[in-house]
Design a protein. Structure first.
Length: 398
């Protein structure tokens, strides 16, 4: 076989062109910055409510801690696209990492609930910056042919700290005390900040950035965000109420089921990104919603240990697919200048869905019981599919 024929065959196999490398130096720095932020966040997510309780705030104070953190996160997400357009993504990301990490040191001297809530509010602002700009930077820095895979890999990068950080934070408190965990959280954020300094600086945009209000008015963005919010809603319910739903299950079973979901979600998010790069027209978001809804349905009708784990695996798999498919599909509808706004809209759907799910499910379950409330959750998830267009809208060409 001649060299010309061999080259032609190679081009055919690769789809006509060689695939560019996925992880470049800027993308690696963005991953490290996001990983540092997530480690800082998850180390204290459960630890700070425990700390508030230990200072005499009680269960109400512990709930206010998490509520304040997420409230400031949602509020800040609305403003981040405008800030990034004015000051540049790198500058805003550096400020966000500083706001997330530095206030944790104040917990060394904060012993009253008002001071703890103020720290949480400021850290929520920083967390919002890192999650919105993290995915926006990955989408911008990744090669266009492998953007879905890069976003899927980003899901693994930010998912692993959640799997490890939550239990490790509580474990460390029991062995080295609160001050050491507060300092460790700050160091993790500062490590991310050091990596972020190496990201590309601000560059002139060829067109006007997409505003947040315009993004919320764009059906091409709000429809997939709504469908994804239905799955996020179920996530808030599962994480919050699974121990209550499975009243007869052992603690080990509940922990293993939650771990199964937490591990499956980032893996399927990565797989979905790789798949969508090769098959962009596949309605993978709808499939993700259906698979995750089937997992919740299994939890509603049975409490057998095997089926509980299967249900959580299915829910985790669908959740990961829905995460990547919704974000990737939304990014295809805008130019690079709109990536920050897309990320903000997507994160709003994520956070609002989790919050509304946890709050609303408790009210519904009080009147119907847990199985019926889970059944209603399945119907809500499937009804969110109505937000998706029946025919896929072609992405605008840049």
């Amino acid at each position: 076989m001649s060299s010309t024929t061999s080259s032609t065959t190679a081009l055919t196999i690769t789809g006509g062109s060689a695939r560019p490398p996925l992880v470049t130096r800027p993308l690696l720095l963005a991953f490290v910055a996001s990983a540092g932020a997530m480690v800082s966040f998850y180390l204290l997510l459960t630890v700070v409510p425990l700390y508030a309780t230990s200072t005499g705030a009680g269960d109400v104070g512990a709930g206010l801690v998490t509520g304040t953190l997420m409230l400031s996160t949602v509020l800040a997400e609305l403003a981040i696209p405008r800030l990034a357009a004015r000051f540049g993504q790198r500058s805003v990301l550096l400020a966000g990492l500083l706001l997330l990490g530095a206030p944790a040191l104040l917990l060394l001297v904060a012993t009253g609930l008002p001071a703890i809530l103020l720290v949480c509010f400021v850290r929520g602002l920083g967390f919002a910056v890192t999650v919105v700009l993290g995915s926006a930077l990955v989408a911008e820095l990744a090669p266009a042919q492998r953007r879905g895979e890069a976003l899927g890999l980003y899901g693994v990068v930010v998912g692993i700290p959640g799997i490890i950080g939550l239990p490790v934070g509580v474990w460390l408190v029991d062995r080295v005390g609160y001050p050491s965990v507060f300092v460790l959280s700050t160091l993790a954020a500062l490590a991310g900040l050091a990596a972020a300094t190496g990201l590309p600086g601000r560059r002139a945009e060829p067109e006007q950035p997409l505003g947040m209000l315009a993004g919320l008015r764009n059906p091409a963005l709000t429809r997939p965000a709504t469908a994804f919010a239905g799955v996020a809603l179920a996530s808030g319910i599962v994480v919050t109420f699974l121990p209550s739903v499975l009243t007869d299950a052992s603690v080990n079973l509940i922990a293993f089921a939650l771990l199964a979901q937490a591990v499956t979600t980032p893996l399927t998010r990565w797989w979905a990104g790789r798949y969508l790069d090769r098959h962009p027209d596949t309605p993978l978001l709808a499939y993700g919603v259906v698979v995750s809804a089937s997992g919740v349905a299994i939890l509603a009708v049975t409490g057998h240990p095997v089926t509980v784990v299967v249900g959580m695996l299915l829910f985790g798999a669908g959740f990961g697919v829905a995460q990547c498919a919704s974000l990737t599909g939304m990014l295809r509808q805008v130019s690079t200048a709109g990536y920050g706004t897309v990320s903000a809209v997507w994160n709003l759907a994520f956070d609002a869905g989790i919050g509304l799910g946890a709050a609303g499910f408790g009210l519904v379950a009080a009147g119907t019981g847990y199985p019926a409330a889970l059944g209603i959750t399945v119907l809500v998830m499937l009804s969110a599919l109505a937000a998706l267009p029946r025919r896929r809208q072609p992405a605008p060409r840049p």
